[in-house]
Design a protein around this ligand. Structure first.
Ligand code: NAD
Ligand code: LYC
Length: 609
């Protein structure tokens, strides 16, 4: 869910739909909320107050002082050529350069981070996608964003969020004012609150979430690397047998079936559905239990932590760390084709394809021992390789997974009084349970400047609202129809947001909308999709492809690979991908015979599921 247009066009065009900025408004001071005094272990929050100047809309982002590297040597053979500098690509690159590999990241846009970048307008910093960061805690092994930054010698100060999310759910006979639940950082506080709403299900609630903890506690003691590497896996089984057996017992499970074992109340089961939907965009029955274990527990263990300066700071720090470690990150580098060569397969006459490099739109060729694609599977195999060369496993993937909807996003700058009295950053609004999975059904609302005031000028706040939407709703419109539709949907969204932000419409000083077309264009994601979702009930985590592909030397990373969408999730996929690539390059130890046999077994399980 992401809007990247603003960053690109900051220098070239005025906001498409904004109220006039107040030229000489006397800046109001930020109300200091109690939780803003919380400072994460990693650093101190030092709000930078900027003045709200209309000229700020003309300031290019990133600022001119930051060098946009567009070049990288083409006369070498890289260990890895990485297509795309989203969080998946950057995490892989960071792991590889930390092990001394020769890496180039080729990013089409002029900023790192992909869907997890940010952009600046009129003195506001807006996160392109969601502002809810998992994996930035300090303890355990699942704090993968923290670990990834550390791999290249970086760290970021963060602000702890007192809640993960506040739900504002439909009215019913039992809840005439609507069902309102806060997911507190403290696990027991959350269980108490949910238990108060469903007192007859207290035991079931605890039993279900405790099952999630079994998964999380097991993950949180393992060294997290490639699930496609048997030597490592056996090593983990040897040192953490109980954790591995617990995970093995859960790999094929989905969340809905586990929830129904403990919970009977249909309204509470619907709540579990939306608990999954807000990050997986599908109901609990289609959400792997391993993923729910991560999400439903990391929010209490490491907590949700906001990186000071904006979510895009993560990608910026990673990119700089990669360059410092001898890697290259080239922007405005649009990969048009993944280059394949034929080679002998095994000992016989058989031939197989191997990825040997990429060609850019400007004609430059980068050669690599391996090619890693951070583009979606659809963009990789249709766009960069060609539909005619689609491997069987990709055809199967398309039967099992479809594209999730994209999002309609509304980025707003508002006067501080609109958020007066609020302290929770993330909210979910739904007025009708029957519409949960419909386009524009659920509204996601993030208010990150409540945590980090440096995102907005003094006296103002950032509001980001987004809702699932399909590209089909935005096709075949004339430019004026397109603009009018953006205005109309933005107005409807603002009206709905008044339930949580009364007075919003009068308080808006900046407003800019992004549609699925915006996401497709600026993030190069097919149909602007948020990622793959199962077309039928998956076999837990087993249905989702890992990093290797049927084309030798070609790997995928990011949300088209296990465990799917989410920054911490794609960073995990980057850890796995880098490890597998290092093994294949002979830079990490493997047991080749076992390796091959295990690879065949995994493929058979995936192709049968
Ligand atoms: N709170 C959260 O957890 C949160 C927040 C933001 C984003 N996200 C999620 O992060 C995930 C995305 O991460 P990702 O790393 O898989 O993908 P991504 O889409 O973010 O990054 C892919 C990158 O590849 C680049 N690219 C694509 N095709 C290219 C080409 N041909 N040549 C050069 N560059 C090309 C794109 O410009 C983009 O920067 C999504 O699931 C998203 O929703 C989650
Ligand atoms: C080999 C085999 C197969 C088996 C054996 C056993 C074992 C050992 C196993 C193991 C396993 C593992 C290690 C696994 C791992 C996993 C992981 C790490 C996972 C992760 C996940 C994560 C996730 C999913 C995340 C996500 C997140 C997200 C998506 C987020 C989102 C957010 C948003 C959208 C926002 C919202 C907003 C508002 C509310 C406003």
């Amino acid at each position: 869910m992401q809007l990247a247009n603003a960053a690109f066009s900051a220098t070239s065009r005025a906001p498409t739909s904004c109220s006039a900025l107040p030229r000489s408004s006397a800046p109001l001071r930020h109300a200091v909320l109690p939780h803003q005094n919380l400072v994460a272990e990693t650093g101190r929050l030092q709000p930078k107050h900027r003045s709200l100047k209309p000229e700020a809309t003309k300031t290019p982002y990133p600022p001119p002082s930051r060098v946009i590297q567009t070049d990288a040597p083409t006369d070498v053979e890289y260990d890895a050529v990485i297509v795309g500098g989203g969080m998946g690509g950057l995490a892989t690159a960071a792991q590889l350069v930390a092990k001394g590999a020769k890496v180039v990241v080729l990013e089409k846009y002029l900023l790192p981070g992909g869907s997890a970048a940010h952009f600046k307008r009129a003195g506001f910093t807006f996160d392109v996608g969601s502002s809810m960061m998992f994996g930035m805690g300090q303890e355990g092994t699942t704090n993968l964003i923290t670990k990834c930054l550390q791999a290249v010698g970086r760290q970021l100060p963060t602000v702890p969020d007192p809640t993960q999310v506040v739900y504002h759910l439909p009215k019913s006979e039992r809840f005439p004012q609507g069902l309102h639940v806060s997911v507190w950082r403290r696990y027991e506080a959350f269980l108490t609150e949910l238990g108060e709403r469903f007192p007859h299900e207290r035991a079931g609630i605890r039993a279900f979430y405790d099952e999630c903890w079994k998964v999380f506690n097991s993950l949180n003691v393992l060294e997290l690397k490639s699930l496609e590497e048997p030597r490592y896996l056996l090593g983990q089984f040897a040192v953490q047998p109980l954790a591995c057996l617990t995970l093995a017992s859960m790999v094929a499970a989905n969340t809905g079936e586990v929830a129904r074992r403990h919970i009977k109340d249909p309204e509470l089961l619907r709540f579990i559905d939306i608990e999954c939907f807000i990050w997986s965009t599908v109901s609990a029955d289609l959400t792997p239990m391993i993923n729910s274990g991560m999400v439903f527990c990391d929010r209490h263990f490491g907590g949700i932590n906001y990186p000071v300066g904006g979510v895009g700071r993560i990608g910026e720090e990673l990119a700089e760390g990669i360059i410092e470690h001898g890697g290259h990150v080239a922007y405005k580098a649009h990969v048009k084709e993944i280059l394949l060569a034929e080679e002998a397969a095994g000992g016989g006459e058989q031939r197989q394809q191997r990825a040997v490099g990429v060609r850019l739109a400007d004609g430059r060729v980068f050669r690599g021992k391996t090619v890693i694609s951070n583009a979606t599977r659809w963009d990789t195999f249709e766009g960069l390789i060609g539909e005619d060369k689609l491997p069987t496993s990709e055809k199967l993937f398309r039967q099992r997974y479809k594209k999730s909807p994209s999002f309609f996003s509304l980025h707003m700058g508002v006067r501080a009084e609109v958020l007066r009295g609020l302290s929770d950053c993330h909210h979910i609004l739904l007025e009708d349970w029957g519409k949960m999975e419909d386009a524009r059904g659920v509204v996601f609302l993030s208010l990150p400047s409540l945590l980090d005031p440096s995102l907005a000028p003094p006296g103002y706040h950032v509001v980001h609202a987004f809702t699932p939407d399909w590209i089909d709703n935005w096709q075949d419109l004339s430019p004026s129809e397109y603009e009018a539709a953006k205005e109309a949907v933005s107005d409807q969204l603002c009206e709905r947001l008044e339930a949580v932000l009364p007075g919003l419409r009068e308080g808006i000083v900046f407003r800019e909308a992004g549609t699925p077309r915006t996401h497709r264009r600026y993030l190069s994601r097919v149909d602007g999709s948020y990622g793959p979702i199962p077309s039928r009930r998956p076999l837990g985590m087993l249905s989702m492809p890992l990093n290797t592909t049927d084309i030798r030397g070609l790997y995928c990373v990011g949300d088209s690979t296990f465990p799917g969408q989410g920054v911490n999730a794609v960073v995990f996929s980057g850890f796995g991908c880098a490890h597998r690539v290092l093994c294949d390059l002979g830079r990490e130890p493997t047991w080749p015979l076992l390796d091959q046999a295990y690879g065949r077994l995994l493929a058979a399980v995936r192709n049968a599921s």
